[in-house]
Design a protein around this ligand. Structure first.
Ligand code: ZN
Length: 170
């Protein structure tokens, strides 16, 4: 296992729709293990493969941040199949260090995904888990949370990021 560098906003891999996974092999298992190690090292609750530079439809979630092994989720080729309601809560993203903003999401979602071995399953999520599902699946479509913010918040944050980029701190 190894910790991989996390790609920051501005890296084109984050805006590229990821490719479906077709081989459920050792390479996939290594990717997933590296992603968990990388996510825990950064104290995140979700990470998508494009954030470590791999344009594949793989994402992991662990709302317990490594404290409860039962909460470790691996979603391969995930899709949202049902969504309802609305929530408006603060989100962050490991590809946007120190930026947190409220984003509109569905309150409840049902997802369908494959596990590391290729077996399909369905799962329901509410509140934080529903947000994590939607945030991570967005990553696989090349959609970043800054594009889910209000136009005002987006332009303020883009200005802040551009300033950091020009100072070499992003
Ligand atoms: Zn993110």
């Amino acid at each position: 296992m190894s910790i991989k560098p996390i790609r920051l906003f501005g890296d084109p891999v984050l805006r590229t729709p990821a490719d479906p996974v077709t081989d459920f092999d050792a390479e996939l298992r290594k990717l997933v293990a590296d992603m968990f190690e990388t996510m825990y090292a950064s104290q995140g609750i979700g990470l998508a493969a494009p954030q470590v530079g791999v344009s594949k439809r793989v994402t992991i979630i662990d709302l317990s941040m490594g404290k409860d092994p039962k909460q470790k989720l691996v979603l391969v080729n995930p899709e949202v199949i049902l969504s309802e309601g609305r929530q408006y809560e603060e989100e962050g993203c490991l590809s946007f260090p120190d930026i947190r903003e409220k984003v509109v999401r569905a309150a409840k979602v049902r997802i369908r995904a494959q596990d590391e071995k290729g077996k399909w399953f369905e799962m329901d999520g509410e509140e934080l888990l529903a947000r994590a599902f939607q945030h991570e699946i967005d990553h696989l479509d090349g959609v970043l949370f800054i594009f889910r913010m209000s136009a005002l918040k987006r332009s303020l944050n883009l200005r802040k990021i551009r300033k950091m980029q020009s100072e070499g701190t992003w």
